[in-house]
Design a protein around this ligand. Structure first.
Ligand SMILES: Nc1ncnc2c1ncn2[C@@H]1O[C@H](COP(=O)(O)OP(=O)(O)OP(=O)(O)O)[C@@H](O)[C@H]1O
Length: 242
């Protein structure tokens, strides 16, 4: 089977700061991959490289069998890569429905009834239907996170990149968001999820990678990774021989 996403020797540095250090990994269709790593490790930069807002210094990115390394961010979005941002970035002066429609028309290329139907389906899935006519700027944090998901899903993605979507939520809100993300994954969307709320991540993903100083330092089943002394030391700050 062809990987949905394949990073090969991906390299990116900002001066002396390396955010992608020869990264190589594959994501198969239907995977749910979790990304762990300390602050500043290069996790968001990895998403920026995959979505095309950041250009690598070396290496390649393949999506759905095609070399997209030199594709624009817009072309990648049209081809099925969507993301949520760590800090929600809605059009605050527009309603929730209008925000969804922008994604459906501009990225998914739908119009009229087809676009409206998609938006309503997604709003139903993300639990925002009752807020459809509310201004995005007046939403609560959980609702803004749900709007991030809505906007991403309205581009009809094959690959959904989630950037710390559970941060700042109460435990009850977090559980409700986890259920929504599980439903999205069960619906066939491949997921890569960067998250510091580890229990939320572990309840969804089937594989973990750990990034430190832009380098992939571990990859494998969540249980093995969480028990690895190297990960405990670098990520959790627990000394390997403690
Ligand atoms: N456009 C940029 N120009 C210069 N340095 C940058 C740029 N973007 C990110 N960096 C630096 O690269 C490093 C990695 O940043 P990045 O946001 O990718 O880390 P992260 O792992 O997502 O961190 P966090 O968990 O805090 O969100 C940081 O030191 C950051 O300051």
């Amino acid at each position: 089977m062809t990987p949905l996403l394949k990073l090969t020797n991906l390299q990116k540095a900002f001066g002396a700061v390396t955010v992608a250090d020869n990264q190589s990994y594959e994501v198969m269709p239907g995977d749910a991959l979790g990304v762990l790593g300390p602050n500043g490790a290069g996790k968001t930069s990895m998403f920026n490289l995959i979505t095309g807002t950041l250009k690598p210094n070396g290496g390649s990115i393949h999506f759905d069998g095609k070399d997209i390394t030199n594709w624009s961010a817009a072309r990648r979005s049209h081809s099925g890569i969507a993301r949520s941002f760590q800090v929600p970035q809605p059009f605050s002066g527009m309603t929730v429905f209008e925000n969804a429609m922008i994604a459906a028309t501009q990225s998914a290329g739908l119009h009229g009834h087809a676009a409206e139907t998609l938006c309503l389906d997604v709003l139903d899935q993300t639990g925002l239907m009752s807020k459809a006519n509310v201004l995005a700027g007046s939403l609560t944090l959980l609702e803004r996170k749900r709007l991030e998901l809505t906007r991403a899903l309205c581009t009809t993605p094959k690959l959904l990149l989630l950037d710390e979507i559970a941060g700042g939520l109460t435990e009850a809100e977090c559980q409700s968001l986890i259920k929504t993300i599980k439903d999205i994954h069960a619906g066939g969307v491949t997921i890569i999820w960067i998250e510091h709320v580890v229990h939320a991540l572990l309840s969804v993903v089937d594989r973990l990678i750990v990034v430190d100083f832009g380098k992939l330092i571990a990859e494998g089943p969540p249980k093995d990774i969480m028990e690895s002394p190297q990960v405990k030391e670098i990520y959790l700050g627990i000394e390997a021989d403690a």
